[in-house]
Design a protein around this ligand. Sequence first.
Ligand code: G3P
Ligand code: CA
Length: 256
Amino acid sequence: MSASSSLRTARAVRVVAHRGASHEHPEHTMAAYRQAVEDGADALECDVRLTADRQLVCVHDRRVERTSDGRGVVSGMTYEELRALDFGAWRGAEHAGARVLLFEDLLKEALAAPRPVGLAVETKHPSRAGGRLEAELVRMLREYGLADGAGGRVEVMSFSRTALTRVHRLAPGLPTVFLIERTLRPVRPPYATHAGPGIDLVRRDPGLVARLKAKGLAVRVWTVDEAEDVELCVRLGVDTIITNRPRDVRKLLLDM
Ligand code: G3P
Ligand code: CA
């Protein structure tokens, strides 16, 4: 690739903030997402779960122990119970007091950003929620006029074909990203319009990106925090990098 085409390619790569600017802030907190917007992220990645009282909250793990001072399973707790926990102190006293984030509040934050900022929403463990999670997510996106993907601004990701198929049936215009972790699994439209391989897989099998692109799928790679991996992604023509360090990755891309 020539220097000028490499530059064009690097500048065109979208940067998605994984759980916000989670390298610096506790993941999935409003502070992490505000930092990501400030850092120039094109979109915000978040994991969503359904609480016992059917609120969509941004939490990665099934249980709250790792990221809060509480105990329990997210789906077995009400939003008020989750609100009582501290989701910041585990990353240091300066982050103490951070509260669980409602997906709706993140959505409003993205819509109110001073420039267009997208959302990459990952559904967690859909089989346990029997379709309720996807239904609530699509309902909310529809309420905000985003269920058609808003011109590529919003997309839904999952490791689960079942979840993406449900989302696709409810909102056929919404882009869907099939996440792939260790081994290549077939990715077929319509349940997936994009593919999301992990960086470990891309390192092991760089030809994977070209094969996915040849099928007409856009490629989102996660979680890319190291300079050499950013360079690899650019070389391979990856269109989106999902990272915990949106500011650093943006700078690397601009400096290429
Ligand atoms: O962006 C996809 C990535 O977030 C999937 O892995 O475990 O961080 O949700 P995980
Ligand atoms: Ca995720």
